[in-house]
Write a protein that binds this ligand. Structure first.
Ligand code: ARG
Length: 482
């Protein structure tokens, strides 16, 4: 039997393999809400412009709502012979309301229909992702505020560099996530033009009103070129590019969680809820959630690469190649959503080991730069010379097997006569971070100010910086190690 939706000129139905390679219903059924919303908007417009009778429109709209209810309650049977969501819905509509259903496809094609459905889906997904990004940002800001005065080693090359505050480190991710949300919202802006009514590729002879359908579906305007409208997949490419960058950020953070939660670092303890045990080594607590978030970038970036390659070299307008856009995109967007949720859970549940971080922060002569800065400031020594003198001080401490704070004033004077006892006050990690009050610097006061700024931005309610010296508990996970 030939296909009942388009089989007029076909003597036989498709080969089984043809049906298998051609069908997209296995994955595009998740577009049912967008497909039905698009059809209702289209039918309403067709009646308003006199292309469809009001009776037919009423039957179509009522029938589509019934189909929607069937899909939602699970009683709908999807058919692979009907290829995709568009024809599954329309065929069921015909069973319900008869011939009027056949008029719904006037002045449109599956080419503008699928572009419309997919855009609506991507737009909804962007909105959800942006809320998830904001939720993670708020979780980070809360922790940053609690850890504004917690001192940890700051790294470059993963070597101890200068002490920083843990709150400052967490706020770095808040900045990255803000750019991620901005990129997603930027893609949304360009996405928001309606392809509906572009028909197969050339537009339609019917007196349709594309502005009306665009408005009904929440688009800003109709697309201005029918060929572009049915062959454009920039909207999902841009979204996947933004998603890949976000996933890359989450991957970096996840890697830090893996490092921090190792026995060797011991900076944080991830909660039982986000770790797993080993079936052979009873002592293990593995950071599986963090590791999986670290890995998700693989498939998310893979989707972007896959779809760019599909689109490359495709002549205008629609080609069936473009049906390959959905599976990878759905997988990538689902993966990002799951990663954001897992990260938010881990951030809320982790416990900071403040003593451990502080001890590690003072290792490796981490306040050496503060000595050089003191020599510049107090003794008016040029920075390059101060750097050299400090190098000798570090070598001396290393030779004596002590930290910089273990050196006596006599020790300092053997390197440079001009140094006096005031130098001792810059040697602690507390003094080091407190001094870094330049805008964007790591000082606890800055962290509290930035945390308040972010809370105001993210919640829309004004927040004042918390006062210094009010350390909150380091986490609400299980088994704290403070
Ligand atoms: N299932 C198709 C897709 O996802 C819908 C568009 C089909 N268009 C066509 N001319 N065969 O791309």
């Amino acid at each position: 039997m030939s296909n009942k939706m388009w089989g007029g000129r076909f003597a036989t139905g498709p080969d089984a393999i043809m049906e298998e390679i051609n069908a997209s219903i296995g994955f595009d059924q998740r577009l049912f809400r967008q497909d039905i919303a698009g059809s209702i908007a289209h039918a309403t417009m067709l009646a308003d412009t006199g292309i469809l009778t009001h009776e037919d429109r009423d039957a179509i709209v009522a029938g589509l709502n019934e189909v929607l209810a069937e899909i939602e309650d699970g009683s709908f049977t999807f058919s692979r012979a009907l290829e995709d969501i568009h024809m599954n819905v329309e065929s069921r509509l015909r069973e319900k309301i008869g011939d009027a259903a056949g008029r719904l496809h006037t002045a449109r094609s599956r080419n503008d229909q699928v572009a419309t459905d997919f855009k609506l889906y991507v737009r909804d997904t962007i909105d959800t992702l942006v809320i998830q990004v904001t939720t993670l940002q708020l979780a980070l800001v809360e922790r940053a505020e609690a850890e504004a005065e917690t001192i940890m080693p700051g790294f470059t090359h993963l070597q101890s560099a200068q002490p920083v505050t843990f709150g400052h480190h967490l706020l770095a991710y808040v900045e990255m996530l803000a750019r991620d949300a901005g990129r997603l919202l930027d893609a949304r802006k360009r996405l928001n033009e309606s392809p509906l009514g572009s028909a197969a590729l050339a537009g339609t002879p019917y007196p349709i009103n594309r502005t009306m359908t665009a408005e009904k579906l929440g688009f800003d305007r109709p697309t201005a070129n029918s060929l572009d409208a049915v062959s454009d997949r920039d909207f999902i490419l841009e979204t996947l590019a933004a998603a890949s960058i976000c996933a890359m950020h989450l991957s970096r953070f996840a890697e830090e969680m893996v490092i921090w939660s190792s026995a060797q670092f011991g900076f944080v303890r991830l909660s039982d809820k986000f770790t797993t045990g080993s079936s052979i080594m009873p002592q293990k607590r593995n950071p599986d959630a963090a590791e999986l978030v670290r890995a998700k970038i693989g498939r998310i970036l893979g989707a972007l690469t896959s779809l760019l390659v599909v689109m490359k070299g495709l002549p205008l307008a629609y080609s069936k190649d473009m049906q390959e856009d959905k599976e990878v995109a759905f997988d990538a967007l689902d993966s990002l959503s799951l990663s954001l949720a897992a990260m938010t859970g881990m951030v809320g549940d982790m416990t900071a080991n403040r003593e451990r971080m502080r001890a590690s922060a003072s290792a490796g002569f981490s306040t050496a730069t503060d000595i050089a800065d003191w020599l510049v400031r107090e003794l008016n020594i040029p920075f390059r010379d101060a750097h050299h003198i400090t190098g000798q001080i570090v070598a001396l401490a290393e030779g004596k097997g002590c930290g910089l704070e273990g050196l006596t004033i006599e020790d300092f004077k053997t390197i440079d006569e001009r140094i006096d006892s005031r130098i001792h006050k810059v040697l602690t990690v507390e003094a080091s971070v407190a001094a870094r009050q330049s805008y964007g610097g790591t000082a606890p006061a800055n962290v509290l100010m930035q945390a308040a700024r972010w809370k105001t931005l993210l919640t829309g309610q004004s927040h004042e910086p918390k006062p210094l010296g009010k350390k909150k508990h380091g986490g609400h996970g299980d088994g704290g190690v403070e």
